[in-house]
Design a protein. Sequence first.
Length: 385
Amino acid sequence: MDAGSWQAAGRLSYAGIPYSKLQRGTDRAPNPDGLRVNVHLATAQLQVTAPFGTQLTVQLPVGRLTTQTMQSDRTDTNLGDAEVRLRHALPWFRKPRIEVGGGMVLPTGPYVAKSGAANLPPEASFLTLGRGVSWGIVEAQSSLPITSTASAYLQLSARMPLTQTQDEFDWGNEARAVLGSQWILGHGLSALGIAELQWRGHASEPDPFAGSRIESANAGGTWWTLTPALSFRATDEFSRLGGVRVPVRSDVFGYLLVPGVGGFVSLSTTWSNASKVKKPQKLDIGNPDFVKPKAIKGSITIIDYWATWCAPCKKIDALLSDAEPRWSNVEIVKVDSTGWPDNGVILPDGAEGLPVIEIYDAAGTRIHVLKAVSYTHLTLPTTSA
């Protein structure tokens, strides 16, 4: 992102998850009533990033929950709880990049009482996404490029209920750890792999007989999930994401329905007040009228000498094509060197092979020359230059 520029991003996503396996601890439990719940969740998210790196995210889910038993079917459609987060990148860390933040969950969705007799039918047949209280959120995320086409990230987050519900139900604390990796496949396509561990602590409710509190019978546990996904950047502004959530292991308190294999899709778009990135200038080193390109003052200039027969050049081209939409202050000049060395033209800085990349700063001073021997160490930023 350019200094002084703001960026906004919007995302619409849908996830479908079936809950049909009743479990106690790590074992399947009898389910004679055939209880199952299907969750269809749509989420709208807006994200605004300031020039100094602080990011504000607001999201609101809307869900349709279908409860089925051998005797009845019921469908509930309602809002979920809104989430507001602030996150900031620590300026002292570049590799790895570290971001910290916090936020709140606001009780915007309807809530059905859970304490005491509310856990019994018919009240228990009503399902809502809202949980009836405000929550505090703390989180940290670290991302690190591994190779020129692969990166990894780790995200840790925790949620804590700030109050009890109106029926004095007390949700337990929650924690989540996500380890992910991304591989750039080229032409806007990326593959992602995500491993997630989620933990929910014991909940409690008032004991109407002893006047104290008791542990809620069926709440909390740990869940392991693996998620393979594909991302496709259709244009500079639009991208799509789709994947499958595969439960690996769960260990629950009491009797709980656990999630089955589910899927999700999302569509994202971005806006920025920065000037658009210009398409790469294309020059042919074998053309008799060829003039060696110069740095473009006021912008970072990347001059990429490539050839159709050069396999590493294709990898670099894919990296540049993927990064270009995010580099609003970068000019890319591509020099077709397919005819080298027969045309007699000498490559920059005495390079003896392809690929070769020259990088100039905004003042027009050459700051890097990446030659054939060093292309495997090329690391491009995962965000705007």
